[in-house]
Design a protein around this ligand. Structure first.
Ligand code: CS2
Ligand code: MG
Length: 403
């Protein structure tokens, strides 16, 4: 089954998505998500200029061989751009394999290990009352797990919190990133009060999650984790900058609040120590940024040996193709934990027709062959790329800070 064409489509139906389309000689087409938020064009070029020409003529059925060829063959390994490009090829080939077999992808991955995939939604507020309203809205939609974030009093803008209640947070379009402000002491005072507020109002019958966005030092994170213990979080996400794996030893010595990390990971080497030393509880890597199904499955298999579960990244800047791929993997692996479901906004459904579903807090990828997502290239052409950047975070004195 020879590949006859591989092309990259950059579109912005609500926000920027990079989609790889792979065609084969017998008419089966596969798609993969190659979106890297704020660096979309770098991955598009990596694919267009260096990968697509290598794909034409290859056998689409040889997924593992193609993965190794692109990873080892380039000499320059890992990194978000490379691994996102490889991921898009990998997912497109899995899509083709599923369609050729007439089976949904999860069947090829060993079949369903559960009836549905527990997902968490995002509640946010510009105030505690605003957060409560958004939390109630998520409960009414059926979510059983909800991430809670609220604006820290005194800080004008913080990434991860919608600018107005009832909206989602998205970076504004433009050629330069917005600049946010940050103050760790104010946040550390506020965060436990925010979580306490939600527990007092809504009780303990729903899972609570919270994203720290890499903004703390290990000892600060230890203090926060300890303060949050009475509220039984499902997890505290990205407490410290993720690349410093041994820092998590300090955090672990100070709290039993479960820890999740991984949305910036792009290979198994980013979490090898975190997993084998049992320094985290959930790996949040995504299919799109971590080398596709082939590589992320390997990460989750390593994690399984050490009692670490999955918690894949599922933000709105990963396209519906990535969401579908994640759901197939989530349904099949033994050590699934939870899946993020931020959802998509804007006219994305004109471009991506999905077959996944949500009901009672659980999602299912559907039973269409392959990924179950149809990509409409003509519709994509109506929504051209718009430059849009993630914000930069500065402390009150102007120092650039992690976020
Ligand atoms: C967030 C994301 O979903 C999350 O947990 O941290 O909004 C993340 O910042 C973006 O996906 C980055 O592109
Ligand atoms: Mg996050």
């Amino acid at each position: 089954m020879k590949i006859t064409d591989a092309r990259v489509v950059v579109s912005s139906p609500g926000r920027n998505y990079v989609t790889l389309v792979v065609e084969t000689e017998d008419g089966v087409t596969g798609i993969g998500d190659a979106t890297l938020n704020g660096r979309e064009l770098a991955v598009a070029s990596y694919l267009r200029d260096h990968v697509c020409p290598l794909l034409v003529g290859r056998d689409a059925r040889r997924i593992e061989d193609t993965w190794q060829y692109l990873y080892k063959g380039a000499y320059w390994r890992r990194g978000p751009v490379t691994m996102t490009a490889i991921a898009a090829v990998d997912v497109a080939l899995w899509d083709i394999k599923g369609k050729a077999a007439g089976m949904p992808l999860y069947q090829l991955l060993g079949g369903a290990s559960r009836e549905g995939v527990l997902v968490y939604g995002h509640a946010s507020g510009t105030s505690l009352d605003g957060l409560s309203e958004d939390f109630q809205r998520h409960l009414d939609l059926g979510y059983r797990a909800i991430r809670v974030q609220a604006a820290v009093p005194g800080l004008e803008k913080t990434y991860g919190i919608a600018p107005a209640d009832g909206r989602v947070y998205e970076p504004a379009s433009g050629n330069r990133p917005q600049e946010d402000t940050w103050d760790t002491p104010a946040y550390l005072d506020f965060a436990p009060a925010m979580i306490a507020h939600v527990r007092e109002q809504f009780g303990y019958g729903v899972h609570l999650l919270h994203d720290v966005h890499h903004r703390l030092t290990p000892i600060e994170a230890g203090r926060l984790g300890a303060a949050l213990e009475p509220y039984r979080l499902f997890w505290m996400e990205d407490p410290t900058p993720a690349e410093d794996q041994s820092a998590f030893r300090i955090l672990r010595q100070h709290t039993t609040t479960p820890v999740a990390v991984g949305e910036v990971f792009n290979s198994i080497w980013d979490c090898q120590q975190l997993i084998t030393e049992r320094l985290i509880d959930y790996v949040r890597a995504s299919v799109s940024h971590t080398g596709g199904i082939t590589h992320l499955r390997r990460v989750f298999s390593l994690a399984e040996l050490y009692g670490v579960r999955s918690g894949s990244h599922g933000a709105g800047d990963l396209s519906p193709v990535a969401m579908a791929a994640a759901l197939h993997l989530d349904l099949a692996i033994p050590n699934f934990g939870i899946q993020e479901h931020m959802g998509h906004t804007g006219p994305y459904a004109e471009v991506f027709r999905t077959s996944y579903s949500f009901s009672d807090g659980y999602m299912h990828p559907g039973d269409a062959p392959g990924l179950g997502v149809e990509f409409d290239e003509e519709a994509a052409a109506r929504h051209p790329y718009e430059p849009r950047y993630l914000p930069v975070n500065r402390r009150l004195d102007g120092t650039v800070h992690d976020w």
